[in-house]
Write a protein that binds this ligand. Structure first.
Ligand SMILES: Cc1ncc(C[n+]2csc(CCOP(=O)(O)OP(=O)(O)O)c2C)c(N)n1
Ligand SMILES: [Mg+2]
Length: 588
């Protein structure tokens, strides 16, 4: 049997080490499906229910493994569905390849059924965006797409017309007019060197030597540099602040961290940012600049892998281009050990207080169930190397504060796109890549409902993911945002009764548990975590529990009060919850 183009395409992906393609077939990719069928011993086709989820799975897979994630969708609607997941990859700098189908070349431009110019549509999302016009472009075009995704840490897109998909591989139908041979490359690439220039490291060391009150801000780009971060923090006696995507950089109980930053961060981190004179940023492009020191107030050094982003966020005296781990390794011998640890100790004391006040909110006695308690129970019962995925919403605040990184634990969410719904598909993509790990998705009812068919995907693929739904019957995050803006909430609560998502699990042969009473939370989570297959715990929580910032500004409190005056519904229950939170924290 002669090799077809799609076979060459999939074979080349296998040569690059691709083992899985997440996708959903259609008449625009039947040829590519045949390529996958012929290579099924090398590359697994992973069937999903929605292409958006396929793109999230590929992104989650890339986030957890560091390897290229690949997703596949048909022409027109399928390609359109991929986009949100692809933007998640783009904004969080993950190597992902999207393959789409295209109408056959003879009808292009005629308004044929499902004709959407996907190369044009993907122009903004993709670093490398190419239609295949001629079988002779293969497999070089695959090499270029993969190399671009890795090197530029982003999305590559290949769209292949139907007729080309099934053409003979290597066919070259036209007369050549260019002074070039048909392209031929190899499936190899070498990443950029990670060690910065000696003199750049020296400049950071000098800047840090002058600092009296130093903080380190660590992001997702420093996830592989835990030992080095801790060693630098110890040497400088400087606390480490973590961005949310960088939560797993160092353990939450480390004496060297003040935890998160921003709206869902900790109060000590906020205070620290106000007090420091020197900031060392490592592997982060933290976008919420209001939570960083005002421009000119501190001296800044930044270690960043991408020259485009080094020094791009706040005025930076010493931008250094390099890999976080290697750069810190190179920097360490240049640093002098600090004798005076009083600054660090001050924040260690603040953190001890903060931790107590957070634990106080994990109150088992609250009815309705406190979301902090739910997250606290998951945290307590999960394995030391569990992977938690999360959605955008109040859940991100509960996870940021009550999911503790320890041991080999990991944490993944949509950091920069902050989209709803990736938690479940991330968990599936990651569980597929790491069958031995405990993978838990902590998601909102809103985010879960968007892509809930993928729980059926997990059941069908026999993936033992654990889903915990923080069901507040609302788009909770937005409710609080509206109030902080000074307006009463509008259009953010679902009509009662609360939906029963556990029933979907049970009806399809998985473990599903609906929890409505505080006393049932612990046994339910315990049962789900020890269950051998996929499990879903759907917990009705208090819909009136506000995710307050670590440090409430006067203006925020004023706006909150204004919303109350303008007719905020459920004022009484919200006020009671707030009051109880305060009392618990004071008692602690
Ligand atoms: C695709 C998408 N639509 C809308 C938003 C705006 N948004 C952010 S969080 C949120 C609420 C999410 O609700 P849910 O998943 O139930 O979580 P909760 O905040 O209630 O914990 C919304 C609507 C978004 N980030 N992404
Ligand atoms: Mg909700």
């Amino acid at each position: 049997m002669a090799q077809i183009v799609s076979e060459a395409l999939i074979g080349r992906l296998a040569d690059w080490g691709v083992d899985t393609v997440f996708g959903l077939p259609g008449d625009g990719i039947n040829g590519i499906m045949e390529g996958l069928r012929r290579h099924q011993d090398r590359v697994r086709f992973f069937l999903v229910h929605h292409e958006e989820a396929a793109a999230f799975m590929a992104t989650g897979y890339a986030k957890a493994t560091g390897k290229l994630g690949v997703c596949l969708a048909t022409s027109g609607p399928g390609g359109i569905h991929l986009l949100n997941g692809l933007y998640d990859a783009k904004l969080d700098h993950m190597p992902v390849l999207a393959i789409t189908g295209m109408q056959e070349t003879s009808v292009l431009g005629t308004g044929y059924q499902q004709e959407v110019d996907l190369a044009k549509l993907y122009q903004d999302v993709a670093e490398y965006d190419q239609m295949v016009y001629n079988p002779a472009q293969l497999p070089t075009i695959v090499d270029n797409a993969v190399r671009n995704a890795y090197a530029r840490r982003g999305v590559s897109h290949l769209t292949v017309p139907n007729d080309i998909q099934v053409a003979d591989a290597g066919a070259d139908p036209w007369q050549h007019v260019a002074p070039a041979r048909p392209p031929q490359t190899a499936p190899i690439m070498l990443g950029a060197p990670g060690m910065p220039r000696e003199e750049d490291l020296g400049r950071i060391a000098d800047l840090l030597a002058d600092g009296k009150k130093i903080a380190i801000l660590a992001g997702a780009g420093a996830r592989h540099a835990r030992d080095e971060l801790l060693a630098v923090a110890e040497t400088l006696a400087a606390p480490i602040v973590k961005t949310l995507p960088g939560k797993a950089t160092v353990p939450d109980d480390s004496p060297y961290t003040t935890g998160g930053i921003g709206l869902l961060g900790t109060r000590p981190s906020e205070d620290l940012m106000e007090e420091i004179d020197t900031l060392l940023m490592v592997g982060t492009n933290f976008p919420y600049t209001k939570h960083l020191p005002a421009p000119g107030k501190v001296r800044v050094a930044q270690i960043e892998a991408d020259p485009v982003r080094a020094g791009a966020r706040i005025p930076t005296e010493v931008p250094v281009v390099g890999d976080a781990k290697q750069s810190l390794q190179g920097l360490l011998p240049l640093l002098k050990q600090r004798g005076d640890t009083s600054f660090l100790e001050k924040y260690q004391k603040e953190m001890a207080k903060w931790r107590k006040s957070m634990t106080a909110l994990q109150d088992a006695g609250r009815d309705p169930i406190a979301p902090q308690y739910l997250m606290g129970v998951v945290d307590e019962l999960a394995a030391d190397d569990a992977i938690l995925t999360c959605d955008s919403g109040t859940i991100a605040t509960w996870a940021a504060r009550h999911w503790q990184i320890r041991g080999g634990r990991e944490f993944f969410l949509s950091g920069n796109l902050a989209t709803m719904a990736p938690g479940l598909p991330y968990a599936i993509g990651i569980q597929h890549a790491m069958p031995g790990r405990q993978v838990i998705a902590f998601v909102g009812d809103g985010g879960f409902a968007m892509l809930m068919a993928e729980f059926i995907t997990a059941i069908k693929h026999k993936l033992p993911v654990k889903i915990v739904i923080n069901n507040n019957n609302a788009l909770g995050q937005i409710l609080w945002e509206q109030m902080i803006l000074g307006y009463p909430e509008y259009g953010v609560r679902e009509p009662e009764p609360f939906a029963d998502y556990a029933a979907i699990a049970t009806a399809n042969g998985a473990l599903g548990i609906k929890v409505e009473r505080p006393a049932d939370v612990r046994p339910a989570v315990q049962r789900a975590l020890s269950h051998g297959g996929p499990a879903l715990v759907d917990v009705n929580v208090n819909p009136d529990e506000p995710p307050l910032p670590g440090k409430v500004e006067y203006d925020q409190a004023k706006k909150f009060a204004q919303a109350f005056l303008k007719g905020q519904p459920r004022k009484a229950t919200i006020a009671t919850t707030l009051f109880r939170d305060k009392i618990e924290q004071l008692k602690a």
